[in-house]
Design a binder for this molecule. Structure first.
Ligand code: SER
Length: 628
């Protein structure tokens, strides 16, 4: 029976709903209160406060399908199973059930509901290290799960080395189904102090593909040859990173994530995620635009499909991200331009063709993600603008090549461009090296010292990676008292801005650490010194009055009805937390937020704005501190 991706998404959510999980909406791709990420990169990211012990309005069992984006996968797109944008099916226990229920339910879903062949399933577990013991519990549980289906599942050879290169000898996959690894079976989102982590247990599906010795003499479940496909990861999230190392959290949590694209690939019997119904319409569109076949041009087709889908989803969030040179806008620009380049490579000549692809993506997904439809014009116009800008840039690059050519030819010399010149054209005009090659070839010239291009290119990549890592920030840096006080100050600031400038002011982003608060909001013009002073006064008055901060859980429609401000990511009927800053019936701020906050404003000290500047078109940025 054919299962559509829509059936798969629903079956997963309904299955966990039947196990008493509340179905929650996908959060925005742009993190709200998270200092460590530029994009939501997994289902657990928006849930960090709850994994740390905050109460979730949906209770202690949650499930969802989360829009996710990972830039680090950008170079891997084109290998049949990697994308930058993906949907992550997730279920969570916030200090509720643990390993036994998680592993039993997951296999019940795979084998009983999705009817996967149990003989094709394999599982990895954490091998242990000096401070955290081997996950023998999971080994026992998984072995019992398999025996329920009449399969003997023994533990195979351990892989204890760093980097997890595999055991290095041939494994009998009929006998062994459970394998212990070190690095591969420890999950943490990042390296910063405060990050959460824990041993994990991954599920692999044997695609039956022949092992490719290019990836190592013998195959193993984590081998990169593609025979075994990872389809889900149960993280037993029970530690937090401190300066002294990993310490146990108050709660033992479960964080499960499985890529919808990969699960769909195996349930639809495809050997490539791009051939599933999650991509097929886009590929067909690229075929008709280019007149070429996907099967003959897999990699460029996949890059175009992935990048334009990611760009469409990022611009389709209600946050108004457009291509630019900073933060999320920079990533969107890179995605669109890379897609445009590959479009040229496969001969797409139509003007504004990215528009056609985005329309296909929007029509494929808007039933599930209605924000895409809501923001359709914004997405399509932004794509058009970016395509025009890129073409202009390329034209300037061409003029530069022409100038170098004329200079040389006028001197009667052979036409050559040095690697350094080629790199300068690339850097200034975004003119890709393969196109520089083509232009030189057309003029019967050649590049000399081409290794210089690679040298400069590598240096440039390292710097932009570092710059990107530094940029990947937004939200709360930690949950210390100082950061929490500035988070409460951010609520007072938004309320003050709206009191003074009007209700059209909304939050566009924030970044808060123990030292200062950075706050972006919609407003068309620069604030005057007198406006800034009035805002400071409004906030400081609220602090002096020692308002109390309380929290309530409301359905989204109730919160809307009561005029709460904030991002309405969640669906009608779903519960959200609303923080109220008030003295008796005199309410200063009423905002949807995950927390945490102080209990009284009197503890905050004095609020001071240190800077007001433009952030992007129509968005202003205020930097502020709290002083004693
Ligand atoms: N956090 C884990 C992951 O992203 C499981 O959800 O893979």
């Amino acid at each position: 029976m054919f299962l559509s991706s829509k059936d798969i998404r629903n079956t997963y959510l309904n299955f966990f709903n039947s196990k008493e999980h509340t179905i929650i909406s996908s959060a925005s791709l742009i993190p709200q209160n998270d200092s460590t990420l530029l994009f939501t990169n997994s289902g657990m990211s928006p849930l960090v406060p709850y994994l740390l012990g905050e109460k979730h309005p949906g209770g202690s069992r949650l499930t969802n399908c989360q829009k996710s984006f990972r830039t680090e996968d950008i170079e891997d797109v084109g290998d049949n199973r990697h994308t930058t944008f993906f949907e992550m099916l997730g279920n969570w226990s916030l200090g509720d059930y643990f390993k036994n229920d998680q592993l039993n339910w997951w296999y019940e879903l795979l084998i009983d509901k999705f009817k996967l062949d149990s003989k094709k399933l394999y599982q990895s577990v954490y091998v242990g290290d000096d401070s955290i013991e081997k996950d023998n519990d999971s080994i026992r549980i998984i072995s019992n799960v398999f025996s329920k289906y009449g399969i003997i599942a023994d533990e195979g050879p351990e892989t204890t080395g760093k980097g997890d290169l595999g055991p290095g000898f041939e494994i009998d996959f009929n006998k062994y189904r459970i394998f212990a690894y070190r690095d591969k079976n420890w999950w943490q989102r990042g390296d910063a102090i405060g990050e959460l982590g824990g041993p994990d247990s991954e599920t692999f599906y044997d695609t039956g593909k022949k092992h490719n010795p290019k990836f190592g003499r013998h195959c193993h479940v984590n081998c990169d040859c593609g025979r075994f496909l990872e389809i889900g990861n149960s993280v037993f999230m029970q530690y937090q990173k401190t300066k002294k190392g990993w310490v146990p959290l108050a709660n033992k949590n479960v964080d499960f994530g499985g890529g919808l694209e990969r699960i769909t690939m195996i349930l639809q019997n495809k050997d490539n995620i791009f051939e599933t119904d999650l991509f097929i319409n886009v590929l067909k569109k690229i075929e008709s635009l280019s007149g070429k076949k996907y099967r003959d041009n897999m990699s460029p087709f996949e890059i175009i499909a992935d990048h334009l889908k990611a760009a469409t989803f990022i611009m389709g969030d209600d946050k108004g991200i457009t291509p630019s040179n900073v933060d999320q806008g920079y990533v969107v620009r890179r995605l669109i331009r890379r897609a445009l380049r590959y479009g040229m490579q496969i001969g797409i000549a139509k003007e504004s063709w990215t528009y056609d692809i985005a329309e296909t993506i929007i029509s494929d997904y808007s039933e599930i993600y209605p924000e895409l439809d809501r923001n359709k014009n914004f997405i399509l116009n932004s794509l058009n603008d970016e395509e025009n800008k890129f073409i202009k840039t390329l034209e300037k690059g061409l003029i530069e090549v022409e100038k170098i050519y004329n200079n040389i030819i006028n001197k009667g010399a052979e036409f050559t461009i040095t690697g350094e010149q080629a790199f300068n054209i690339y850097q200034t005009y975004g003119f890709p090296i393969e196109m520089i090659h083509e232009e030189i070839k057309k003029r019967n010239g050649k590049i000399i010292n081409e290794e210089d291009f690679q040298k400069f290119f590598k240096k440039h990549q390292d710097t932009s990676r570092t710059a990107a890592a530094g940029k990947f920030k937004g939200g709360l840096a930690d949950h210390s008292i100082k950061t929490t006080a500035l988070h409460t100050a951010a609520h007072l600031l938004l309320a003050a801005l709206r009191k003074l400038l009007g209700d059209q002011v909304t939050q566009k982003g924030s970044n808060i650490n123990a030292e200062r608060l950075r706050y972006d909001f919609s407003y068309p013009s620069k604030l005057t010194p007198s406006e800034l002073e009035q805002i400071e006064n409004l906030v400081n008055d609220a602090i002096k009055k020692n308002l109390s901060i309380s929290q309530e859980e409301l359905t989204v429609n109730e919160a809307k009805k009561r005029n709460a401000i904030g991002v309405f990511d969640s669906k009608y009927g779903e519960k959200v937390k609303v923080y109220k800053i008030a003295k008796d019936s005199d309410v200063f701020s009423y905002e949807i937020c995950g927390g945490p906050h102080l209990d009284y404003t009197g503890k905050m000290g004095k609020f001071k704005i240190t800077k007001e500047e433009s952030s992007s078109a129509g968005v202003r940025r205020i930097k502020a501190i709290l002083i004693k």
